[in-house]
Ligand binder design. Structure first.
Ligand code: TRH
Length: 379
């Protein structure tokens, strides 16, 4: 049946967000919409980091219902799909594009864009862009938080799985190889870019009155924390205590385990795009370290999200949340340490708010579902 074959193209620019989103989307299209999905990715190693089953030297492999293809140059001859997703403006291989143009049955060609809460997204979502020389049209598909956007990735039964995991926290922690949170202990997950404010925040937690256990998967935050602690070496599998702060160095988790970590923690520091969305499904207080862009374009993006997210928070909580997020994103250590006190006090408000926000977002059709509908309308 036409419409069942999907090709997703992904280049890994840096970090894990691009392939993180594409892998999630590919799995969901296969599992929930019964699509035949090929995922073309130029860097199998990045995918392997959160999907350990991936064999990095394999040109073609079936994993979790998806045919994963190593995107190499020159691009191999291959049938074109019914729906072609070009993720984050990565350019399709010339030979594939030519085959699309020559085909009597043109595929639906969609550019999946980055997530933003900015107003213009609603006006640009779904717009066509005719190719300047070929008989093809590309459509822009924008994920987002509002009705006029393409929605967010959310698998079926995600909320039920989250709630079931939370109902048995000891088993959940055990599954991650960690002891359960102690009494009066606040568990915080830490995933961020290199951030000059991180050492001072850790120091503030160590000297603070609250018992914080901070869980840091392998990556930039862990490297920075280890450098800050100096001696003894702080590596994966090691825990470290200073004052009221206990630190745990975790391996880089599979996407499913990372979800569990977010569900079980009381507060999640996340970054980029995909972990940011997962933290919203975790429905716990969160702090977002946005991916920084040239000319500080990311600040407008951060502002737009904060405006939407804080809209229904009581004014003092909204202010404390905004102050902490802004200081964290500017990397101002002293300001972050000072803003932490007020941010800590609003945790009960934020917890209620996060649950409400997540419920409200669940009212939207999810991104995979919207993509399927969008392409069906065009076929
Ligand atoms: O890695 P990122 O910084 O990705 C970024 C953003 O997507 C950004 O918009 C983009 O322009 C840039 O990449 C190129 O953060 P993000 O988006 O949260 O992606 C991280 C992925 O890694 C996500 O799928 C969650 C996953 N992850 C795990 O599976 N296990 C882990 O232990 C951790 C920490 C993350």
């Amino acid at each position: 049946m036409r419409g069942k074959n999907w090709d997703i193209f992904c280049t890994v620019v840096d970090n894990f967000g691009d392939i993180g989103v594409c892998w999630r989307l590919a799995r969901q299209l296969a599992a929930e919409h019964n699509m035949q999905v090929r995922l073309w990715v130029d860097d199998l190693y990045s995918l392997h980091r959160f999907c350990p089953e991936i064999q990095v030297s394999s040109e073609e492999q079936a994993q979790r219902g998806v045919l994963v293809r190593h995107w190499v140059t020159p691009f191999p001859r291959s049938e074109i799909a019914d729906v072609v997703i070009e993720a984050f403006a990565c350019e399709l291989p010339d030979s594939y594009l030519a085959a699309m143009a020559e085909s009597p049955r043109k595929p639906v060609w969609i550019n999946l864009e980055y997530l933003s809460a900015q107003d213009w997204v609603g006006n640009c979502h779904g717009l066509p862009s005719p190719h300047p020389s070929l008989p093809l049209t590309k459509y822009f598909f924008f994920p987002g938080f509002v009705e006029k956007s393409g929605g967010l990735l959310r698998e079926a039964r995600l909320v039920q799985r989250r709630d079931a995991c939370r109902a048995e926290p000891a088993a959940g922690w055990h599954g991650l190889g960690l002891p359960p949170s102690g009494p009066e202990e606040t568990s915080v997950s830490m995933f961020c870019y290199e951030n000059p404010a991180l050492p001072e925040l850790l120091d503030a937690w160590a000297a603070g009155e609250v018992r914080v256990r901070c869980l840091i998967p392998e990556g930039k935050a862990l490297i920075q924390t280890a450098a800050h602690l100096g001696h003894p070496p702080f590596q994966v599998g090691v825990s470290f205590q200073r004052g009221n702060l206990t630190l745990y160095a975790l391996p880089f988790l599979s996407q499913d385990d990372y979800d569990r970590l977010l569900w079980l923690c009381d507060l999640n520091f996340v970054r980029g795009e995909d972990s940011f969305v997962r933290a919203q499904w975790a429905a716990q207080p969160m702090v977002w370290h946005i991916y920084s862009q040239q000319d500080a374009a990311h600040i407008a993006k951060l502002d737009a999200f904060l405006a939407l997210y804080c809209e229904t928070l009581p004014a003092p909580a909204s202010l404390a949340c905004r102050d902490f997020w802004m200081a964290w994103n500017r990397g101002e250590g002293a300001t972050v340490a000072a803003a932490w006190q007020a941010f800590w006090r609003i945790q009960p408000d934020l917890k209620i708010h996060a649950a409400h926000w997540s419920r409200q977002l669940c009212g939207q059709a999810d991104l995979a579902q919207q993509l399927v509908r969008f392409s069906e309308n065009l076929l």
